[in-house]
Design a protein around this ligand. Structure first.
Ligand code: SF4
Length: 421
């Protein structure tokens, strides 16, 4: 390991990385304390706009994020197996299997105790219908209501009717929580939360832009880790603080010529969810190949609207309208045209040498169009690419050697391509 990468790791430990661990730990401990004190608890899917829920004094747990954390700690395979013991199919999304294992068949000495039990479940069908089915398991098991946001699929920019349709469901959701908790929703708090999210996302884009530098100031793995804060702490002042610290620290490192892959020779783009069980291993091994996955579609989409990469800013007026407009920000609901638009923008903007399409055995909706995307990318931009097999959270469905054989083949393709051009 070079001195600069050692220094880099030290700095990460002492600044944004440490702060992230601290606030996430406080968040999870705080949730359990609040639950013991009898506070109303909601489980929400990651694309549910938490800014609305910040208008109430309630606990908000995010099971998908908890599954990703379980996988990143190397416990995903065990928890998947515990859901299979209950009869759940190994073909289901590994987030669902881990979470069901965690909640319905927990280990007696679990390193990560389950989230506090919910009084209400809120999901959406933006990304996939499996998500709603997974939370229906808890709806039956815990006998609590399950509110599903019905979000139109996204082939084109959202129109007036689409925006109103989502908006009307937000209003129904607010009424439901008011009825269940006896609290009155505080729109000023939701507005404040929306302002916090907007501010945090400006810092996020500053952080992500450091990837444009050559060599890049970050890896996509840094963005995967830091994205977790967004999905749990959307709308909070802690998120603003975390992302400001992160962007400032990252920019400082670049100014001091400290880079995660100092001898960066190959700049890659990642398409799909993070391989949570491989973050450290994969980034270390890539570093030895002077290769950096500098950017990912998965993390570039925060704060955008369909097909975009830059922040779609909140105008400070109607937070619900803005949330409805950005409800489809994640990549999964896009049609092929929008998926391709994002890819092409990222390849050109980030100076990408090759694209890694990660065919994710768990997330069919993210993976389904990848062959078409790959073909179009190669035809149009003539850029080298590979398709690898991964599972974002179930390590038993991943072969490290198989993946690296393909990555090395991609690097050879890039060398040949550069020699020809
Ligand atoms: S299949 Fe994909 S979109 Fe659906 S819950 Fe799993 S990770 Fe999320």
């Amino acid at each position: 390991m070079t001195n600069s990468s050692q220094d880099n790791k030290e700095k990460k430990k002492t600044k944004a990385g440490e702060h992230l661990s601290k606030i996430m730990k406080e968040f999870y401990i705080g949730q359990h304390m609040d639950a013991q004190a009898g506070k109303f608890c909601v489980w929400a899917a990651i694309i549910v706009p938490l800014e609305i829920l910040r208008g109430f004094d309630i606990i908000v747990g995010i099971p998908e994020n908890y599954s990703a954390m379980t996988a990143s700690k190397g416990l995903g395979g065990t928890q998947c197996e515990r859901s299979h013991q209950l009869g759940f199919s190994p073909d289901l999304c590994s987030y669902a299997r881990i979470d069901i294992g965690n909640n319905l068949n927990p280990l007696a000495d679990a390193q990560m105790p389950p989230l506090p039990k919910p009084n209400l479940i809120i999901t959406d069908n933006n990304n996939c219908s499996l998500l709603a089915k997974w939370f229906d398991v808890y709806h039956r098991e815990y006998n609590v209501p399950h509110f599903i946001l019905d979000v139109p699929f996204c082939y084109n920019p959202q129109d007036y009717d689409g925006n109103n349709y989502i908006l009307s469901q937000y209003k129904d959701l607010i009424k439901l929580i008011e009825n269940m908790t006896g609290q009155k929703h505080d729109m000023d708090k939701t507005r404040e939360a929306m302002n916090n999210t907007n501010e945090a996302l400006k810092h996020w884009k500053r952080f992500m832009n450091v990837a444009l530098h050559k060599p890049a100031g970050i890896t996509a793995f840094d963005s995967f880790v830091q994205m977790a804060t967004f999905v749990t702490l959307r709308g909070t002042a802690q998120l603003v603080e975390q992302y400001k610290l992160l962007a400032d620290e990252t920019e400082e490192r670049v100014a001091e010529n400290i880079f995660p892959v100092p001898d960066e020779k190959y700049r890659l783009l990642w398409d799909n969810i993070a391989p949570w069980h491989q973050l450290r291993k994969m980034s270390n091994r890539l570093q030895q190949l002077d290769t950096n996955i500098v950017y990912a579609t998965y993390t570039s989409c925060l704060g955008t609207i369909e097909g975009g990469v830059d922040l779609y800013e909140y105008d400070g007026v109607d937070p619900l309208k803005h949330l409805a407009r950005t409800q489809n920000f994640s990549v999964c609901p896009y049609g092929l045209e929008l998926r391709y638009e994002v890819l092409e923008k990222l390849v050109e903007r980030c100076g990408i040498d090759g694209v890694v399409f990660a065919n994710n055995k768990s997330c069919k909706v993210y993976s389904l169009m990848q062959l078409d995307l790959q073909k179009r990318l190669v035809d149009k931009l003539k850029i080298p690419s590979i398709m690898i097999d991964v599972d974002h959270a179930d390590v038993t469905r991943y072969s490290e050697e198989g993946v690296f054989i393909r990555i090395e083949a991609l690097l050879e393709q890039i060398d040949r391509y550069k020699n020809v051009c």
